[in-house]
Design a protein around this ligand. Structure first.
Ligand code: PHB
Length: 399
């Protein structure tokens, strides 16, 4: 049986996000693909994002992008230098050429950074508290003789008022339609939120308000020069990896994330509604144990704005039943795709028309080269790439 054409579903109902109207609700989610060179976006990324933006009115959220070389690793792109900003601008311009939209996910890695890389930059390996995410990270820090340290208040202020501010200004200069603050997946902003990774005794630790203070201070500062309609936040409340406990936290993540959502809604009520909240569903193994987490009712009873639901959306025998239902049930929801967008440059058209999908190859998600990056054909196209050759391609920095 061929897959269901989704053209008559809510997936293809236009939606207002901030001050833009998207033509449909299929959104490219950030995926870490390691195709930058010298932490600068490359020609490979230009083609990759350009192809995926070719269906007009698509929202492309590009990979997580480091705000500075003080909280990152050496493999991901950044947006702290003018060189990186110029390179990103070329990708932004390409996406805009297709009348599509593009979002930059601003990223501070904190304890998930690479201590060797930081040491090489003379930057402290620091996080909310000096609590390693796992044994491997501890070992790497010990070997590098660069131990994890608790950020001082001065360093927190510097991160907000210098590093995030610089990155946000660069993203605006490059022309991004949105900036999304990466408050998920165990990275720095989220490390502040949970007791397991934040045991500070100052104004940034202790109560829920204190553990949320860094994020809200950052947001309120950005709102002084970025319109709310251009800002999003990524949240992933149920992760049980990288030293996070998910629903086993001492305070249930619905409580902590609910508090943050409530703060966002209060700002919306006063005229500063963020463009979107990206909400990652619990992974399928967690959902099996806690099926009640599949419901977003708790979110909807607090946050009234746009949600980008990152919902493990699959093919489901070609009827995409969960995807169609989620979007039918909530008129302000967009659907995020990672894996299927990797393998299908023309994913939007394939879903619209009910074409079969190319299969993704997980082995090459985190890899260099052009194999399994720009080597997936559009529907009906016959292209033959040599795996051996494409694996050797090195992306050329765009600036
Ligand atoms: C990753 O590099 O594996 C990664 C980065 C950002 C995320 C999730 C995973 O949000």
């Amino acid at each position: 049986m061929s897959p269901k054409a989704l053209n008559n579903t809510n997936l293809f109902a236009p939606i207002q996000v901030g001050s833009n109207t998207l033509k449909h609700r299929i959104t490219h989610m950030p995926t870490t693909r390691l195709r930058s060179t010298e932490q600068v976006p490359t020609d490979l990324q230009l083609q990759y994002y350009g192809d995926r933006a070719a269906y007009p009115g698509t929202l492309i959220s590009v990979e997580a992008t480091a705000i500075s070389n003080k909280t990152a690793n050496g493999y991901v792109p950044g947006i702290w230098s003018s060189r990186q900003t110029k390179a990103w601008k070329k990708i932004v311009d390409e996406v805009h050429k297709h009348d599509s939209f593009i979002s930059s996910q601003l990223w501070a890695m904190g304890r998930a950074s690479d201590p060797n890389y930081l040491k090489g930059n003379g930057a402290k390996f620091s996080a909310a508290s000096a609590i390693y995410k796992d044994e491997d990270s501890k070992k790497a820090a010990e070997q590098a003789e660069w131990p994890l340290q608790e950020m001082t208040v001065e360093e927190i202020k510097e991160m907000i008022y210098t590093d995030f501010t610089n990155a946000a200004k660069n993203a605006l200069e490059a022309g991004f339609d949105y900036i999304e603050l990466h408050h998920g997946n165990g990275y720095l902003l989220e490390q502040f939120l949970y007791p397991v990774s934040n045991q500070r005794t100052d104004q940034y630790g202790g109560s829920i308000e204190n553990r949320s203070r860094l994020f809200l201070e950052l947001l309120d500062h950005l709102l002084t020069f970025v319109p709310a309609s251009k800002i999003g936040i990524k949240m992933a409340p149920f992760m049980e990896e990288d030293g996070f406990l998910g629903v086993n936290e001492s305070i249930h993540p619905i409580v902590t994330n609910g508090y943050l959502l409530s703060e966002l809604q209060q700002r919306a009520n006063k005229g500063q509604e963020l463009a979107f909240v990206t909400m990652t569903d619990a992974r399928t193994d967690i959902l099996e144990k806690h099926p009640e987490l599949a419901s977003f009712d708790w979110i909807r009873s607090i946050w009234k704005g746009v949600i980008i639901r990152n919902g493990n959306y699959g093919y489901e025998n070609g009827d995409y039943a969960t995807l169609v239902k989620n979007l039918q049930d909530d008129d302000k929801t967009l659907a995020g795709f990672g894996r299927h967008f990797i393998a299908n440059p023309d994913l939007v058209e394939r879903l619209e028309k009910g074409y079969e999908l190319n299969k993704y190859d997980r082995n090459f998600f985190y890899y260099g080269g052009n194999w399994s990056y720009n080597s997936y054909p559009k529907y009906g196209e016959t292209v033959h790439f040599s795996q051996e050759d494409e694996l050797k391609v090195v992306g050329k920095p765009l600036a």
